[in-house]
Design a protein around this ligand. Structure first.
Ligand SMILES: [Zn+2]
Length: 83
């Protein structure tokens, strides 16, 4: 897999040059922003008390990869079925 031109921890709001699906990038970025950690490390969107990276954050990261032509093969991590 080619090296990323962006920092996965701080992806840019605008699609990077290698992005092939700009709309998906923008949607993933919105998801990424919505599922940011608060100062204690909990997701500000997922309730109650889900640590980042939460499912939303993982989905955003997948979105960034797919938007850049990457693979969607990686399974989502188990989000914990204790709810
Ligand atoms: Zn979340």
């Amino acid at each position: 897999m080619p090296a990323l031109s962006y920092d996965p921890a701080e992806p840019p709001a605008s699609p990077p040059p290698e992005c092939v699906i700009p709309l998906m990038w923008l949607m993933a970025y919105q998801l990424f922003r919505d599922h940011r950690p608060d100062r204690d490390g909990f997701c500000v969107t997922c309730v109650p008390d889900e640590f980042v990276p939460c499912v939303g954050r993982h989905l955003a990261e997948r979105g960034f990869r797919v938007a850049c032509g990457g693979s969607d093969a990686a399974p989502l991590p188990d989000s914990g079925a204790e709810r």
